[in-house]
Write a protein that binds this ligand. Structure first.
Ligand SMILES: [Fe+2]
Length: 420
């Protein structure tokens, strides 16, 4: 599993899992070369190993596994590397390649997935694979929460890792936890805690100035001039608001993207996240964050703020908001779209129901191009957002919207509403 815990231009973090028979583990890395003996130049690093009792959750077998992680440091920017992980002796993974980020602003392309959550192996696998085929040179992937349905259930994480396979090993992920990544360990326990597996299996940044309970669930990454802010919409909403305000007040990245699970503007029927909206939206507005990528509502919604009051009333657009779903569970869209949020100054540009989506987002200089695709690879929605030197943004609605807005709510996979 590739993630970043430090600078994407000079480091790469990798995490893997074995049985507890492997007490000491290693990773090797070399600059990629056309010669098959590139491996002669490999450097070997010993892994940090963490023991995890999977059986602490009564949803799992009673077993103990080892999670190993290595941070490759002092890498050259914009360089193709090959790495492998193993026991240092007989047992190794294949050599897997990744490219470090450039050290300066440069074009970026990334994938975004709403909730995988249900039918992860049977139905989500086709989405992540279709996304990889659509954008094989993407730089990373964003997972906006609810990667699985039952926080601690190991079988579901096994499905998630199998669905992504070597894509997870080649393309770094930026995951945030959804409400389904929180749950009680046992029937008796009341406290809901983050997945047992979350911190062992993802090596992510730990931000200073945030409560310990948010470690590796709230973090920032800077990638070729873009700021990515991953937030945890489950916990400590107010503490994160203060942190976000400070972060955005001093950040000078040209483009800023936020991702978290519970949407500022709900699109699922009978759902709303007023507290999060009241605390976070004023900061998003104040700093004119460019793009908000969310999940949770098992529908598709894409809109923008602010509503344009007149020709003279400032920029056309400040922030683009997206809710999406990549897995197989589907909800009904709110009856009147986002009309209920009109007083908040938002317009719904495009909606969808009952389809699995993935997104490819490309940023080059002052232009951001967003494309949403359905599982069959067809474009469902697109827009272009431009930003001039003064920061003024202009929104161009795409013409890829040749598919009708899906409006049936009959073909999602069956699911239980328990614990949503
Ligand atoms: Fe959710």
């Amino acid at each position: 599993m590739l993630t970043w815990s430090e600078d994407p231009a000079t480091t790469q973090s990798v995490t893997w899992r074995t049985s507890d028979e492997i007490g000491q583990a290693f990773a090797e890395i070399a600059v990629s070369h056309r010669s098959s003996r590139f491996d002669l130049n490999a450097t070997r690093l010993e892994a940090a190993t963490e023991r995890l009792e999977i059986g602490r959750s009564d949803r799992n077998q009673d077993r103990v596994d080892h999670f190993h992680s290595v941070v490759f440091r002092n890498l050259e920017p914009d360089t193709l590397y090959a790495y492998r992980v193993g026991d240092g002796g007989e047992y190794w993974s294949e050599w897997i390649q990744f490219r470090t980020a450039r050290a300066e602003p440069a074009p970026v392309r990334f994938l975004y997935f709403g909730d995988a959550q249900n039918g992860v192996l049977s139905h989500w696998s086709r989405i992540i694979r279709a996304a990889y085929q659509k954008a094989p040179h993407a730089n990373f992937t964003i997972h906006a929460g609810d990667l699985v349905n039952r926080a601690h259930r190991d079988r579901e994480w096994a499905e998630w890792f199998k669905a992504g396979g070597w894509i997870h090993a080649s393309l770094p992920s930026v995951p945030v936890p959804g409400n389904h990544e929180y749950g009680s360990l046992t029937e008796q326990e009341e406290e809901r805690r983050v997945s047992l597996q979350w911190r062992p299996q993802f090596t992510l940044p730990i931000e200073a100035g945030l409560p310990e309970s948010l470690a590796e669930t709230v973090y920032t990454l800077r990638y070729q001039g873009i700021l990515i802010v991953a937030m945890n919409s489950n916990r400590e909403i107010e503490a994160q608001a203060q942190w976000l305000e400070k972060l955005l007040a001093t950040d000078d990245s040209r483009w800023r993207v936020l991702t978290f699970h519970h949407p500022i503007f709900s699109s699922g029927r009978d759902r709303d996240n007023k507290e999060r909206r009241d605390l976070w939206k004023p900061i998003i507005d104040k700093h004119s964050v460019d793009l908000i990528l969310q999940g949770h509502d098992h529908t598709y919604a894409r809109g923008h703020t602010p509503v344009r009051m007149s020709e003279e009333s400032g920029p056309d657009v400040a922030t683009m908001y997206v809710n999406s779903v990549s897995g197989a569970k589907m909800y009904e869209f709110m009856k009147d779209g986002w009309n209920v949020y009109r007083p908040e100054g938002v317009v719904l540009d495009r909606r969808g129901e009952n389809a699995q989506f993935f997104q490819v987002i490309s940023i080059d200089g002052g232009t951001l191009i967003y494309k949403a695709y359905t599982a069959d690879g067809k474009a469902y929605d697109m827009f272009t957002l431009t930003k001039d030197e003064s920061g003024k943004k202009t929104l161009y609605q795409g013409d890829a919207n040749d598919l009708g807005e899906e409006s049936s709510f009959e073909n999602g996979l069956p699911y239980s509403r328990e614990g949503m």
